[in-house]
Structures are given as C-alpha cells and as structure tokens.
Write a protein that binds this ligand. Sequence first.
Ligand code: GLV
Ligand code: MN
Ligand code: MN
Length: 411
Amino acid sequence: MTEIAARTFTTLWGELGTVGRDPHTGGYHRSVWSDADLELREWFDHQAQQRGLDLHVDGNGNQYAWWGDPADGPAVLTGSHLDSVPDGGAYDGPLGVVAAFAAIDAMREQGVRPARPVVVAAFADEEGARFGVPCTGSRLLTGSLSPSDALALRDRDGRQLAEVLTRRGRDPQALGARPDLLRRIGCFVELHVEQGRGLVDLDAAVGVASMIWPHGRWRFDFRGRADHAGTTRMSDRADPMLTYAMTVLAANKQARATDARATFGRVSATPGATNAVPSAVTGWLDARAGQDAELTALVETITRQAAERAERDGTSLEVTAESLTPSVHLDAALSGRLVEMLGDSGGVVPVLPTAAGHDAGVLSAAGVPTGMLFVRNPTGVSHSPAEHAELDDCLAGVEALVRVLTHLAHP
Ligand code: GLV
Ligand code: MN
Ligand code: MN
C-alpha cells in the first residue's frame, strides 16, 4: 500500500466522520436531500476539485468526478453512495467513494496514465430510506424508474420528491434516463463493505461478488376498527395490530423454513394512542431469497397467511409492492478478471454472493459490465451503528481497487 493512499484514506474518512452522525448512537442519518446529504455532496465536489477531476451531476442527483476526457473511450466507473439508512453505519457506501479517491491518488503517484477515463460516482439515494424505493439515482439513470413515478414518491412527512427537489434548488424536470452517459461507461466496479460474515469465515480481507439476491419491499396495510382499550371486550375487537403481529411471526417462520429473509423493520399504527385499539397498522416487509421464484413464493405465502388471519380478526389487508429487484448475476468475464488481477500475488480470492442490494445491480441489469469488490466486515453487522471494517482491510480494498482500475484503464 502506498503511503499516499493510506494518507488520503485516513484524511477523507476523518472528514466524513461527523457528517450526519448521531452523537448518542454513533449511527448516521444521511437520507437523500437532507442537510447531511447536501453536505456530503459538497464534500464530493470539493474532493473532485482538489484533484482537478471534472465534475458532472446528472439530472438525477448522481455525482461523477472524471479523471480523463470522456472522448478517450469507454470509461472505467467506480465509487458507490454516500447516503445511509436511518442510524446506519459509516462504511455502507462511503467506503467505496473514499477508496476510489484514495486509489486515484495512489495511481497518480505511481505515474499511471489511464488510456481510458476513470470516473468516481456517488449515486443518489441508494438506500431509499426517505422515499421507500432503493437506488432511485441509478434506476433513473438507467431508465428502470420513470421520472413520473419517482416524482410522485412521498417521504414520511407526505412530501413528494418533486417538492423536495424544488426546495433544494434542483429541477424536477431534469430527472430521466441518460443513455448518452451510460454509453460512455465501459464497466463499473463498486467497492463495498461486506454486509455479512462471508469474508470473515473465509479469512480474507477482500473478495469478489458473484450475484445479488432478488429482493423487494412490500407495504402491508391492515385496517380494523378503532375502539376503547378498556371498555371493548377482547372478543368484540377488529384489531389490525393483531393481524400485523401474526404476519410478522408468519414471515419469520416462512423465511427460516426456506433459508430466505423476511423482515418487518418499519411499522406505523394509526392513530397511535396507547389507550385505543388502532384503526390501521401499516408494516413494511423487506423480503429476499436466493432465487426469483423462491422470493415470489415467500411473499405469496406470507400474504396468504396474513389474509387468512385478517379474515379471522375481522380486519382487512391490502398489499402493495413498492419495489422489486430481480436477481443479478454480475458480469462473469469481468468478475473472472477481477479474481485474476487480485490473485496474481498468490492468494486465493473468494467469490461470494450477497443478499444486499447495490447500484452495481441496477447498472448490471441495464447492460453495463459490472463487478463488485467486498471488504471484510469483522462482525458481519451492517445497517447499524455497529457496522465496522478494520483500517488494514479498508487499505487492502484500496490496494485492490488500484490494481483493478489500473488494469481496466489499460485494456
Ligand atoms: C441496501 O443496503 C439494501 O440491501 O437494502
Ligand atoms: Mn445499505
Ligand atoms: Mn450500500
């Protein structure tokens, strides 16, 4: 590892440390178009300027820092995202962006003169924490999300994306697919902290991703009848919280039985009084499975069991799919090259699937040859303030990225 890469990494990591950080939990709140997000965007611009990279922002809020002339052939894209889930970890996203700037500094110090442009991206709203749909930046870029659907999305305060963009001085009319930009991208390599224990178990600092599990989000709206918590007999109630609670248990049981994942991580009760049976409960299901058909079957089973329970509880249920991302097999040829590039010093480079979603999956599905590098996560914990990666492993990730970008920029 060059000294400069380590120095850049440590400096930039330190700069990001306080942005959007909750001092009590140590977690990050960096939802799209929040104050923290704007600060991160400025930080990205500043990093690009400091390095003399050409800054470009597409109409979807994705930022790009170009090293080299777009006319010099299909670019090698790297980077990741800077937004977070509520009270998220420091590494999910920012690790890929900071590693990319550190890699560029190292390549320059080594005298690398890329034959093709190298581009660092920070994709907007990867987590979908605010508007409910993940990867809106990359989905808009590729055309898999339409501007009209995106603009109609609402945050928890009921504000539409269109209004939020306008308030932040952005043009809602600028949203939309950018085939012209995509055509300039030859390949994408996203470096990301691993969000499980795959690399720990394999005793490796860096690995290559093979595929991304299919995953999606479904909103379960349970409706019942509001009533007094004291005077209403238990047998006289139509309590949507009961139907919801049973659905959570059913989802957990079903996912365990099929080696899939099902999580209700967000719930809201209306009107939300301690001394009243709620009139409505909305819960959001995040479901994932190893194969598309398994995911379909999982969600169908949970929905059927929830509907059966609603019948017994005298409540009603409506299920709305808010997003669905089919399985993605990352580019086999590119992934094979990544393994070769990283393995030529003798070590074995693990290749592993992930159940986490990424902009890499969106670009891959749009036909951009895409690969991913994972950096070891010693506990596997992610989407939590406790998410962590050791500095030495992060630097091993930077070193891997230097090697990969140097190779790919000299086809
Ligand atoms: C993103 O990290 C996701 O998988 O939800
Ligand atoms: Mn994430
Ligand atoms: Mn991420």
